[in-house]
Structure formats: structure tokens, C-alpha cells
Design a protein around this ligand. Sequence first.
Ligand code: SAM
Ligand code: SF4
Length: 346
Amino acid sequence: MRIGQGSAVLSTAGGDVGLVDSLGRAINYLRVSVTDRCDFRCTYCMSEAMTFLPKRDLLSLEEIDRLCSAFVARGTRKLRITGGEPLVRNGVMKLFRSLSRHLAGGALDELTLTTNGALLSRYAAELADCGVKRVNVSLDTIDPQKFHKITRRGNLANVLDGISAAQAAGLSVKINAVALTCFEENEFRALVEWAHGRGIDISFIEVMPLGELEEQRVDQYLPLDRVRVQLAARWTLDDINFSTGGPARYVRVRETGGRIGFITPMTHNFCDSCNRVRVTCRGLLYMCLGQNDSVDLRAPLRASPDDALLDAAIDLAIARKPKGHDFIIERAVAPVVGRHMSATGG
Ligand code: SAM
Ligand code: SF4
């Protein structure tokens, strides 16, 4: 057995390899952003006038594959491809196809993605063919006008078609919805009713203060206990122990039989059990979504064809994973983290 830099990395000669941070948290989940671009401009995620990275700054798909594979070799069991909108990256299916070898070989438990769903009808069957079993689709409302207003350019019908195509291809769909003050009570209920009517679980998430927007975060932020109260006025919510390995706490709705998750980064932080890190599309590894520290993986990736330098940079990063985030949402308080969610990858 070898104990790596900063006591952060544990590996065993028997092939049982894993990254463990200085607080003893096993890091076995990697989220990889393949682009910072998107066909939407959701009001809580991006500002209307975003500047995107020049394409030459992005890791190539081959580099992303090599980077993911280096993490898989270090014990990553779950890979989530994200963005920006991952399905707008040219050739992204080649990446899914090549990463699927880790599923086939048993080194990876899950290859998945988070998407706004607008291009899902085009890619759902191919994703399923690449071994993707579940997909998270972000959908905050099923009111077409409200949807267009929040996404600033999205067309709800495309997203709903994408969800149907995903289900038809055999993918299990989960909806993620950001809870915002601009939603009426009946919109949360309508969304749950719509999802559960199609056998789809849904998680609500509290908005996080990432990046500057036109609006003040405090005017968007809705604590999820208020959403729960609204839902409980309509249905019976039974707390259940179900977990997908993430931070959501679930209830089952007795009347619909479906599940609702609550992800509460603001009101109940879940950093003690954090098992993930994130790589941006230009190869910066962020050890915490809510902190500014990062480690560049692009330079070691490009410096040498073998992974020794890359592995050393990963060790260094994991040793620096912080205890947790310091999110604050208050009027006139600038976000501690200046990058938008679309830059880090959700
Ligand atoms: N474009 C894809 C999508 O929308 O699913 C993937 C990237 S998006 C950044 C990933 C997730 O982050 C989405 O579910 C989105 O709703 C969420 N998100 C974006 N900005 C957020 C914020 N400030 N706070 C909480 N969630 C946010
Ligand atoms: Fe695009 Fe997803 Fe951000 Fe919306 S939440 S702007 S779809 S990256």
C-alpha cells in the first residue's frame, strides 16, 4: 500500500485503487464539462451576455477521454458528462462511445450526462447504445411561456420530445428543477404531477450563488423547506431512505407513488459526504463547486504521453479538497465564486 501526497491518495498493489482526501472522503465520482457553451441562457445560470472560451482553449475529445481514463484508473466509478450543454459539443458521441469501454470492462459503474434535453431526441438511442442507463434532464417548469422566459431561448416542446425519446430508448430519466421565487405554488405541483405521471422522479435544488447575473441572487433564492410545505399541502410525503449516492434527500408521494428529492446546498449543506470533483472543458480541476481553488490538468496532460505528471497533479488536487463551500446569499453581497455554474459543469 502507498500513501500519496498529503495522505490524500491510497492505493493498493492488488488493483484496489482509490482517491481519498485528507478528511477521509473517498473521491470516486467525476463530473466533466465538455463545453462552456449552451443553446439556452437560463437566468439563474448565465448572464444574457456571456463570453465563452475560444475553441482553441478547450481540451480535445481525445484529451478528455485520456483524462477521464486516468481518473477511472484511480478508482472513479461514476462519470457524468456535463457543460454548458454537453450535447452541443461537436462529436460528443465519439466521447461517449469511447468511454463506454470502461463500462464494458467493469472499471466504471456508470456513464451518464446532465442535459437541458433540447437535443436529446437526436441522441437518445445512441446514448443508450453506448451504455448510458440514466440521464438527468434539467426542467424547471412545464409552462411553455415561463420556460421560454427562464431559459431565454428554449422551446419546451423540444425538451419534452427529448424526454419521450430518452424513455423510448430505454433510458431512465430524472428531472432536476431549480426552485426559484418566480414560480407559483401550483407550478411545483404541476411539474411533479407531470413527472410522476410519466414514471419520472424529480429533484428540486436550491439556487447557488455562482457568478454575477442581471438579477440579484437574493431575489431568486427560495429555500426548499417552503417548496416542501407547498407540496405537502397537496400530497402525503413519506421520508424514505432511498439514495442515488448523491446529496438529495428523498420522499415518496403516497398518492402518485413517485419520488421527490430535495437538494439543499444552502439550507443543509452535505459537504461531509462529498465524493466528487469537477473538471472544466479547459482542464481545470475544481475540488469544490463552491470554492475558487483549482489545479490545472491540461499542462501535465500535454507535457507527456504517459500519465505520471497527470497522476501527480490529481494527487495534489485531492489533497487540497476543502472541507466545504461557503455559499452566502445576501442582498448586495457579491458571490465568492465568480464563475458561473455553466463554466464549472453542474
Ligand atoms: N446544460 C445542462 C443542463 O442544464 O442540464 C448541464 C449543465 S447545467 C450547468 C447543470 C445543472 O446546473 C442544471 O440542472 C442547472 O439547472 C443547474 N444550475 C445552473 N446554475 C445553477 C445555480 N446557480 N444554482 C443551482 N443550480 C444551477
Ligand atoms: Fe445552459 Fe444548463 Fe446553464 Fe441552462 S442550466 S444555461 S441549459 S448550462
